[in-house]
Design a protein around this ligand. Structure first.
Ligand code: ZN
Length: 597
């Protein structure tokens, strides 16, 4: 058994060129010729990204002598046979400001192992050491990661220092991203465990204490859901801390989950500043807290409780599963619900978060063509590759998956006289699949296992419910489900104006470009297409959405209008019959006659 650790030396000296230099020492390479690989995708983001395309150069050396290394396919290399230790040197270009790969400049470095650490075929279970070198021009940088320091090894890093870090195997090596620099940092304890929040980017007067206080409440509510008695945190199998690393920019939003950390990007304007301390939480801040809640929930649901298709991950190809409606959808349901349970939002704010999601699902006609199970399976080619027709053709396993979770929760509560809930399902999943995931042979949830698991956890038969709403395309009977719990759901139009049934491009300041033409809507019937530039209605110029609304005030549903558009550089005229405004906005209210708590 090969046990000599693999050693990765990482140097970030070319700050201006955004190049990370890596040398990989393999003490006991395959004598028949070592195979190496780089993941084609990063777990949590279901798209083949070909990270290997950022490797600018690569060399191999054995006993001080250069040997041949050749590309085998998009993601794999092969070295010529050699005896003795093998050293691979390569350069990674790191200029992607996203949570998914790597970014390096004079202000910081952020990288995921999936972009930086070559895998050594046959040695995926060998321990790995990362020797992180301090950049020469960055004397004051510190290191933030959930990867444990290599205690007991000569040159082990001290907390937040450069030096040696250690991972027990390749899966762990690429599941602890690194942030290097001089970020704003705050720590807190949740259920006795250390949590660290790291904010990179220029953020004047950031109210770190407010963010930490709210996040602590969210973390404790989630720990209490999964471990109501012991209040044990989930990540101590991988690290002694959990790290939220946030890149703050002008206008970004997103996150990626890891086993003991998460990488986020957030907009500066969404984060609270010290002078807003007395103010209520803004919508932007709530969406940041929702993101924090979502990624933290993944620590249980997808990083440890996984579909069988991800246990283990296969890094060189798509990993298909129909269950992302459970792993992303349930997580999306709980992310906002946890804000309520944590006391971070009140019930009426929670209802508005819930209705926002319901509205989003009901505005997309694609939900009648694709189930959330199929959307999960096809995410690699469809959800992650959206275009102008996606609202007509796709359903989101995030947003409709969250509604399936909501529907199941209401259904279980009602059919168990409020003795059971979706929480019982999550706890069974955690006990059965999650708690010991990294300590035992990994086992995931089988594709067809959910109905039986729900029955086992709650005693309720949800087979038909799941077939109809997760594997079929029916709308959930939300009004009925809510009503049984003493809540009424009502629909109205967001506008009194008649409708063209289109969505305009979001960045349209002084032009009205059609982003989506909804199938069978007024614009579709008239012959308009996504990409058309609307310039006039009945001969009157329209330049922006405000002007369009003013003009539409003169019309009623059923009226015909001439629409003048540019398609490419050609002027075209179409006649459209305006539709009534759709009932696209729902509201929730507690039924006063009910004794529901
Ligand atoms: Zn997610």
């Amino acid at each position: 058994m090969n046990s000599e650790p693999l050693l990765y030396r990482v140097s970030c000296n070319d700050l201006a060129g955004h190049r990370i230099h890596v040398t990989l020492h393999i003490a006991q390479p395959d004598p028949a010729g070592q195979h190496l690989f780089l993941p084609a995708w990063i777990p949590g983001s279901y798209l083949i990204r070909d990270f290997s395309r950022q490797i600018e150069s690569i060399q191999a050396e054995c006993n001080g002598k250069a040997i041949k290394i050749a590309k085998q396919n998009n993601h794999q290399w092969h070295c010529e046979p050699c005896s003795g230790p093998l050293t691979i040197s390569y350069v990674v270009y790191a200029w992607d400001l996203s949570v998914r790969s790597a970014h390096l400049d004079e202000s910081h470095a952020f990288f995921n192992g999936t972009s930086v650490f070559l895998g050594v075929s046959g040695q995926e279970h060998v321990p790995c050491l990362v020797d992180l070198q301090r950049p020469k021009a960055a004397k004051n940088w510190k290191v933030y990661t959930s990867m444990p320091e290599a205690k007991g090894h000569q040159g082990a890093a001290k907390r937040h220092g450069f030096g040696l870090y250690k991972a027990p195997d390749y899966d762990a090596l690429i599941d602890h991203p690194f942030e290097l620099g001089t970020p704003q940092v705050i720590q807190f304890e949740a259920c006795g465990a250390l949590h660290e929040m790291v904010f990179t980017g220029v953020i004047p007067n950031l109210d770190l204490e407010r963010i930490a206080a709210d996040t602590k409440q969210i973390c404790e509510a989630q720990i209490a859901l999964f471990e109501p008695e012991s209040k044990a945190v989930p990540f101590l199998d991988s690290s002694d801390r959990y790290v939220f690393m946030t890149m703050v920019t002008g206008d970004d939003y997103g996150g990626l989950e890891h086993r003991s950390s998460t990488a986020l990007v957030a907009s500066r304007r969404d984060l609270p500043t010290l002078n807003q301390r007395e103010e209520a939480k803004s919508d932007g801040y709530l969406s940041f807290l929702g993101l924090v809640s979502h990624e933290y929930f993944h620590t249980w649901n997808v990083k440890r409780i996984k579909p069988a298709a991800f246990a283990p991950y296969r890094y060189l190809e798509e990993n298909h599963t129909q269950l992302l409606w459970v792993f992303e959808g349930f997580t999306s349901y709980y992310d906002d619900l946890m804000l309520l349970r944590a006391g971070v939002v009140d019930q009426s704010t929670y209802h508005s978060l819930l209705t926002k999601n319901i509205n989003a699902v009901y505005r997309s006609p694609g939900r009648f063509k694709q189930s959330v199970a199929d959307s999960s399976f096809d995410t690699w080619t469809r959800f992650y590759k959206q275009d102008e027709n996606s609202p007509n053709a796709l359903v989101s396993y995030y947003s409709k998956g969250a509604l399936v979770a909501l529907g199941l929760d209401l259904y279980i509560r009602t059919h168990s006289q409020n003795n059971k809930s979706l929480d019982d399902v999550m706890r069974l999943l955690w006990e059965r699949y999650g708690r010991d995931f990294f300590n035992t042979a990994p086992q995931g949830v089988a594709e067809n296992a959910m109905p039986e698991l729900i029955r086992e956890a709650t005693g309720i038969d949800t087979r038909d419910f799941i077939m109809r709403y997760a594997y079929g395309c029916d709308d959930l009977p939300l009004a009925e489900l809510f009503s049984a719990q003493g809540v009424s759901l009502n629909w109205k139009s967001s506008t009194p104006l008649p409708s063209l049934d289109v969505r305009f491009s979001e960045n349209a300041c002084n032009e009205l470009k059609l982003a989506t033409v909804y199938e069978n809507g007024a614009a579709h019937q008239a012959g308009l297409s996504a990409g058309d530039l609307l310039i006039a209605i009945d001969g009157l110029r329209v330049t922006n959405q405000q002007r369009l609304k003013q003009l539409l005030k003169a019309y009623q549903a059923g009226d015909s209008v001439q629409l003048h558009v540019f398609r490419r550089d050609e002027l075209r005229t179409f006649t459209a019959r305006l539709n009534p405004a759709p009932l696209d906005t729902c509201s929730l209210s507690l039924n006063p006659a009910s004794s529901h708590e």
